[in-house]
Design a protein around this ligand. Structure first.
Ligand code: NAP
Length: 531
């Protein structure tokens, strides 16, 4: 049995920062990680084209000024290898590697009421700790998609969320791609450059805004570093924790602008690139009529980008699909890729799959020769990584507690699970997860400090706290009108049998941070410190 003050499950960005913060706070901390290396999402998602669609200057830790000014990002939006290298650098720079064990998947997680400690079992070891931080990732369990007949396919099948680290040779292969969310939109134009053919089997056409990625020049980097503290301050107070959210969010109504002015603003945001398009006017996410005008603009842009009108119409989202309800994709040549002779799209709603052959997919109208199927079909988000483990709290199993959907307080604490904290789990804020991680882990660190100061054996929230938090999540989501008008992993609708609930706090990073600080300043409302 290995004993610690704090055990962290997961060594992605949240796990790494938890280890750093708890160690700095003087606690004996250790992390276990299922993967063969640290990095979480950025360890597993090595698919061609993987990169982050939040600018790297923001999508990085802010806790160390030296770290942030030394990290010379090569591009405006870093690709997966650079982000993974960054996370490894953080681990080494702050001496955290000795505190992390990889290839250690937590299977059973139990609270012992008599000792007030948590026990975590992996295949080869048992760990014990007073405090447990579950940093298991919100997008770490790929969905097994329902694609009837796929079992009959005899070629290779790869999931973007579990891409082989050694890479896959796709040169001159005939590829079927399922999924056109953020992952699929990145995969398609990248693999199209080397594959013989790429056919997207599309269920729902989606919006995507150009990324406008570029190399970062020395002058741009130096300018950004000189203004970093102000940028960090503003992004932390902003809704999404990003530059565009801090500096380009409008408080003007779209209906206050003339048609000409509206067009000018839309064009400006389109040219600027990135997901900020949805805050070009204050009401795009709040008012369905405003949203329709914004989404019509993007629909027209797709028609301009895709030369063949029949293909374009398949790729244009339906008129009643609001922009910004599903998480907005940011693309690098996705729509233009359909102008290549080797890229096509099958609209599955008009032309469903009849059957799979050994090396083919047959629809009512066509037969497609296929060597490789790529599944970019999403994740069992927020709850999947926690529920795949057997987690037993004080007389209650997590699977029973979350039977009708996840419940917790501030997205971090649960009644019946003393001294357990979740980071970037259900109920947390939807924003730049590097900064959101720091907000949560710093708060947890201060709470543990308070518990230790009081000599408490355990800290636990109450069900009233959970109810208060659920009401807040639901009422804020209700205000962000467009989020109620589509099927999205933000509400659990992408997984069969999963409870359909609002999965996180849509009130913004600044608001979330303030709320949590308020709970702390009031002496920890809804928390009980046990002797
Ligand atoms: P996703 O957004 O959930 O998209 C899944 C896609 O698979 C959708 O297009 C879905 O179609 C399709 N699909 C699911 N089952 C299918 C089936 N049986 N047949 C055909 N199509 C099917 O998943 P994701 O693209 O992996 O992205 C998930 C999240 O990860 C993103 O929203 C983002 O937060 C994060 N991510 C971020 C980046 C980044 O750049 N920062 C990159 C990749 C991922 P429907 O729309 O019809 O459901």
């Amino acid at each position: 049995m290995k004993n610690y003050d704090v055990l962290v499950v997961g060594a992605g960005m949240a796990g790494i920062y938890s280890v750093y913060r708890m160690k700095e706070n003087g606690l004996a901390v250790h992390a276990i990680e299922a993967g063969g290396g640290v990095g979480g999402t950025w360890f597993w998602n090595t698919y061609p084209g993987a990169r982050c669609d939040v600018e790297s200057l923001d999508y990085s830790f802010s806790f160390s000024e030296e770290l942030q000014s030394e990290t010379r990002w090569s591009e405006r939006f870093a690709a997966q290898p650079e982000i993974l290298q960054y996370l490894n650098n953080v681990v080494d720079r702050f001496g955290l590697r000795e505190n992390i064990t990889c290839n250690a998947r937590a299977n059973v997680v139990r609270y012992d009421q008599s000792t007030r400690r948590w026990t975590v079992e992996t295949d080869g070891a048992t760990y014990s700790a007073k405090y447990l931080i579950m940093a298991t990732g919100l997008l770490s369990v790929p969905v097994e998609p329902s694609i009837p007949g796929l079992d009959a396919f005899g070629g290779e099948i790869y999931s973007t969320g579990r891409w082989p680290a050694s890479g896959v040779d796709l040169k001159d292969k005939r590829i079927a791609l399922f999924g056109n969310g953020s992952s699929g939109v990145q995969v398609l134009p990248t693999v199209a450059k080397e594959a013989e053919s790429v056919t997207l089997f599309q269920r729902t056409a989606g919006y995507a805004i150009p990324m406008r990625n570029d190399l970062m020049t020395d002058a741009e980097f130096e300018e950004a570093v000189a203004a970093y503290s102000e940028r960090r301050k503003r992004t932390k107070e902003s809704a999404m924790g990003t530059y565009w959210s801090a500096y380009h969010t409008s408080d003007e109504s779209l209906f206050g602008a003339s048609e000409e002015e509206r067009r000018r603003v839309f064009e400006k945001f389109w040219d600027m690139g990135g997901p900020g398009f949805v805050v070009a006017f204050a009401d795009i996410l709040l008012d369905m009529d405003a949203n329709k005008l914004a989404s019509d603009f993007v629909r027209d842009k797709i028609r301009e980008l895709v030369r063949d009108p029949e293909t374009a119409e398949k790729l244009v989202p339906a008129a009643d699909e609001p922009i910004g309800c599903k998480r907005l994709c940011v693309e690098n040549g996705y729509f233009e890729a359909f102008n290549r002779p080797n890229v096509s799209v099958v609209d599955l709603r008009a032309e469903p799959i009849g059957s799979f052959g050994e090396r083919a997919i047959h629809t009512a109208d066509n037969s497609h020769d296929i060597d490789v199927v790529i599944l970019a079909t999403g994740f069992d988000a927020f709850t999947g990584s926690m529920l795949r483990m057997d987690v037993q709290g004080r007389g209650i199993a997590l699977r029973d507690k979350w039977d009708e959907g996840p419940s917790n307080y501030l997205g971090m604490l649960m009644a019946g699970f003393p001294n357990m904290f979740t980071v970037n789990g259900p109920g947390t804020v939807a924003a730049n997860f590097f900064l959101a991680t720091e907000v949560q882990v710093d708060w947890i660190g201060r709470l543990i400090g308070e518990a230790e100061k009081r000599g408490a054996s355990a800290i636990e929230t109450d069900v009233q706290g959970e109810r208060e938090w659920r009401e807040l999540l639901d009422s804020v989501a209700e205000m962000v009108t467009v989020t109620n008008h589509c099927e999205t992993w933000f509400r659990g609708t992408n997984v069969a049998g999963k409870p359909k609930v609002v999965m996180n706090y849509l009130g913004g990073l600044g608001g979330y941070s303030e709320y949590c600080d308020g709970v702390e300043l009031e002496g920890y409302r809804h928390l009980r410190f046990q002797d």
